[in-house]
Each structure stands twice: as C-alpha cells, then as structure tokens.
Design a protein around this ligand. Structure first.
Ligand SMILES: [Zn+2]
Length: 523
C-alpha cells in the first residue's frame, strides 16, 4: 500500500468556491467548507503550512435583481449576505486564512488587468450573437445543454431568445491544450469519473465564452477596461479570485503557493472550473491548478429541500442543538466523496449516538471514571505489558495508516470508519480486561494501572487522529489528560508511549446522547 507522505514544511493552498450571495449558508456550502477545514487541520498536523481561502462571489444579474426586489443598493445587499457567510464560518470554528470578496477594489483592478492582457493578446473578440439565454444561469445555452423539453435543466425554465453584441474569450483555441493537460495529469480532477466526464465533454467542439454583459441589462459588475458600455460576466470575474488572492498580478505574487492549489468544489460548478477556469489560465500563461476535488450533492430526505426541512437543517442550529463538531463528523462519515448523499435527521442522530455518544464518549468516560476513582495517577512500564495490551497499542499505527490513506485517496469515509473500528477494539479490550473487577482485588492493583494506562494511551491516540474532524473533543480529551488544551492538535501524529498519566479533577464532557425531536403536526 503506497501512502504519499506529506513533507514537513511543505506549503499548500486549498480553496472552497467563493459562494454566490444569492442564498444564505446551507448544508451544501457547509460541507465543502467543513471538508476544507478538516483537510487543512489534517495537513497542518503533519507539518504542512496550509493557506485556506473561502469567500463570497458578489456580482451579476441575479444579485442585482434580488437587491432591487428588497429595495436595497447592491453593495448594501451583498455586504449583509457576505457577513452572514463569514460569521457562520467563524461560529463553526472554520480556520480560513483568507475571506475573499469580489467587490474589493484589489479584485476589480486585477480582473481588469487580466481582461486587458487577454484583449491585447487577441484572445478576446467582439461579436454579434443570437441565442437562447437563461437568466438563472446568466448565460447563453447551446441546444445540447437544454433538456428534452427545451428547458434549462438546472432552472427548468425556457431560455429567452436574445440577440446581443458581446465580447467573447476565444476558449475554443485551448481545447487541444486542455485535453492534453487532462490526459497527462490523472490527478488534475478527482475522483476519476469527473475527469472522464470532462474529457468526454471535450470530444465535442468547444465554443467560445461570452465574457461581457451590456450595461442596459446589468450594471452590477466590473466594467470592461476597453469598453465602458459593458460589465464582465460574473464567472470570469469570480474565478480569478483564487489567483488574485495569492498576489497576482502584482510584484508580490506568491507563485510558489499557486503551484500547490487544490480547489474543492461540488459537481454543479465542475465545468466552470475544469473548462472556463483552465482555459483562462492557459490564455494568461499561468500554471493550471494541481488538483480539483469534486463532491456530489447533499440531498435532504432524498428530495429537494423544503422550507420547513430547510429550517430544520440550518448547520448552525444543528450544532447548537446536538453538540459542537457533530455535523463535521456526520458529513464526513456519511458521504462517499464524489457521489450524492442524503441528509436525514434520523441518520444524523443515529450517527451521533452510535459513534460519538456511545462510541468515543462512552469509552472515555468509562476509563476516566474507573481510573480517577481508583488510581488518580496511572503509571505503567513497558515490561508489564501483555501480548493483548501490545496488540491493542499496535492498532494505533495501523489506524493512522488507514486514516492517512483515506485522506490521500479522498475516501474520508474510510478514514472515519477505521477510527470507529479502533474505538470498538478499545471497548472490547475493556470488556475483556474487566478493570472494575481488578479494582476490587487489592492484589491486582498493578495490573489495573497497566490496563488503565493502555486505555489512556489509546484515548490520546484516538484524540490525535480525530482532532482535524473533532477539534473541540480533542481539546476536551487533552484537558482531561492534563496535557494542555491544544496538545493533541499540535503534537504531530506521533503516539507517545507515556508511563504516567495524571488525570484532572473534572470528568471530560464529550457527546451527550441525542434524541429525535417529536414530530410537530402542522396540518
Ligand atoms: Zn439556467
């Protein structure tokens, strides 16, 4: 089994999409943001220096319309929603380094620089265009992109016939180069089936990308530097955020950081990233992102989110009710990365109870209670360990391998499952060793020290492994073991074979059992 090792001191750059401010933060946004946070913490724990970007995408026709409908200036409207995103992530403990906004003056300058550069190089031309325009998508759609009833498949609305003169980015020029890149770099889009999907899309001729909107219908955007009658198409504007955040095109561009970018997205914006963004970069002469990680959708109760259900699964409210970081654990355990998953409240509560409350929570509290009551300070030495003790301790290393392999392969579910199995092995060990019986027999006091010591070493290891997913629980464990609050997050992934544990006074509080809310009857 080959596990790519992360190199100490290596830098990397991970991004979520910058979220469009036409909606408040929901489960889909939360998943990608939580995953990016987990990945950052996982890599940081292994010595990488990670820069994590998230933010908001704030221009375009939909935003202009929504602001107008609410009687607000667009800037006021986007400020409010952007703040909502930022404060949601802060409250959820998301460790982003950059919160990017496309209405910042630096962004405007960089987008205009890119447009002018492409125009000067002959990559942008002015053309009359007649086609089918979807307001929801904010773009013209080809016949092949419509469903069998001639509707936009995403918005289920008939596109409007529009005739417009616009500027086009000659994306079609880069079709060959893009195919070559995707074929030569098997990791450029992951999981693999999305790379195949894009390669198969590229078997059709690639059209050019309309990158302007006339001001008669849209003013809320970045003005074209070479024609003040137009603003920039929102996707062209937004995608540049990733690059501009690294200092491009200024003197201080951190080109090294750009070489390690991993974009995390959901599949609805795969084409915009794999095709538009890649060809824009090719035309600008900038290196392509090293990896694009693509997730499926979160469905709610197998269907579209209804308003009442939508209220029930506000990410913030879930964690407020059921415990900090519980959503992180559930989302990572439930989704097979790359495929769609269904969120159910029953599934979430089952997961909490089975793996957190009855799993790690129960194991920690069992061990802590017996050790605290009978020993206080636990000491053991290597020579006292039996074969069974050693076998359990060895599982720490095996689990770390499975855990890291899960992360390397984007099979986060496998990582979490391996960790849950380790908790089960610990429970079985306790059942077999019966420390409560040892505690009653004064001649067995030394054996009780050893059994409790083994369990406490296991708890420390479980805390270290799970820290990227459950940082709050890892801190609680570190506190109970008297190691200093942030010890488990900052000590790397080495498992210390401690000879002595001095336990703190108050019992660690991890995960309370959750109950299904009573069904309300609205009829
Ligand atoms: Zn549409």
């Amino acid at each position: 089994m080959f596990i790519p090792m992360l190199t100490q001191g290596h830098r990397s750059y991970i991004t979520t999409p910058i979220y469009y401010v036409n909606a408040h933060p929901h489960l889909g946004h939360s998943y990608t943001t939580i995953l990016a946070d987990v990945v950052k913490r996982h890599r940081s724990q292994r010595g990488e220096k990670v820069t994590f970007l998230t933010g908001t995408d704030e221009h375009g026709e939909k935003i202009q319309q929504m602001a107008k409908a609410q009687g607000k200036e667009p800037q006021t409207f986007v400020n409010e929603i952007s703040h909502k995103f930022r404060s949601t992530w802060e409250k959820m403990g998301i460790s982003f380094d950059i919160f990017y906004r496309t209405t910042s003056p630096d962004h405007t300058g960089a987008v205009q620089f890119a447009l002018q550069k492409l125009k000067d190089r002959g990559e942008i031309v002015f053309r009359e265009y007649e086609g089918k325009y979807c307001v929801g998508c904010e773009q013209f759609l080809n016949d092949s992109e419509l469903n069998e009833r001639g509707l936009c498949p995403d918005h289920l609305k008939a596109p409007e016939a529009r005739k417009e003169a616009n500027y086009f980015f000659l994306m079609s020029r880069y079709q060959g180069a893009l195919i070559e890149h995707m074929e030569k770099n098997p990791k450029c889009i992951r999981p693999e089936h999305y790379r195949q999907e894009m390669l198969s899309f590229l078997r059709q001729p690639l059209t050019d990308l309309c990158i302007s909107r006339p001001k008669e219908r849209l003013t809320w955007g970045i003005e074209l530097p070479f024609d003040s009658r137009f603003v920039t198409y929102v996707w062209f504007d937004a995608l540049l955020n990733y690059l501009v955040a690294t200092g491009w095109p200024g003197e201080g561009w951190d080109q090294k950081l750009w070489e390690t970018v991993h974009h995390l997205i959901a599949k609805d914006i795969l084409k915009a990233h794999a095709i538009y963004w890649s060809t824009i970069l090719l035309a600008l002469g900038v290196q392509l992102p090293s990896e694009l990680h693509v997730s499926g959708y979160w469905l709610v109760e197998g269907t579209k989110m209804s308003k009442s259900l939508g209220n029930a699964i506000q990410p913030m409210e879930l964690e407020a009710q059921y415990g900090k970081d519980t959503l992180r654990f559930y989302l990572l355990r439930e989704m097979s990365y790359g495929l769609d998953s269904t969120f159910t409240l029953e599934g979430y509560i089952h997961c909490l109870n089975a793996y957190l409350a009855n799993g790690i929570g129960n194991f920690v509290s069992r061990v802590y209670t017996i050790a605290k009551k009978n020993l206080g300070t636990v000491s053991l030495s290597e020579s006292e360990l039996t074969e069974t003790d050693r076998k359990l301790l060895l599982l720490r290393v095996k689990t770390r391998e499975a855990w890291d392999l899960g992360f390397a392969e984007l099979k986060y579910q496998n990582a979490i499952k391996a960790w849950c199995e380790l908790v089960t092995s610990c429970d079985l060990y306790v059942n077999e060793m019966k420390p409560w019986a040892l505690a009653k027999d004064p001649s067995q006091i030394q054996r009780l020290h050893v059994v409790m010591g083994v369990c406490l070493r296991m708890i420390e290891a479980l805390g270290i492994l799970i820290a990227p997913v459950l940082p709050t629980a890892a801190r609680e464990i570190a506190r109970a073991l008297n190691l200093g609050e942030h010890a488990l997050e900052s000590m790397g992934t080495h498992f210390e074979d401690r000879m002595r544990f001095v336990l703190t006074e108050d019992t660690p509080k991890l995960f309370p059992r959750a109950q299904m809310p009573l069904k309300e009857n609205h009829s």
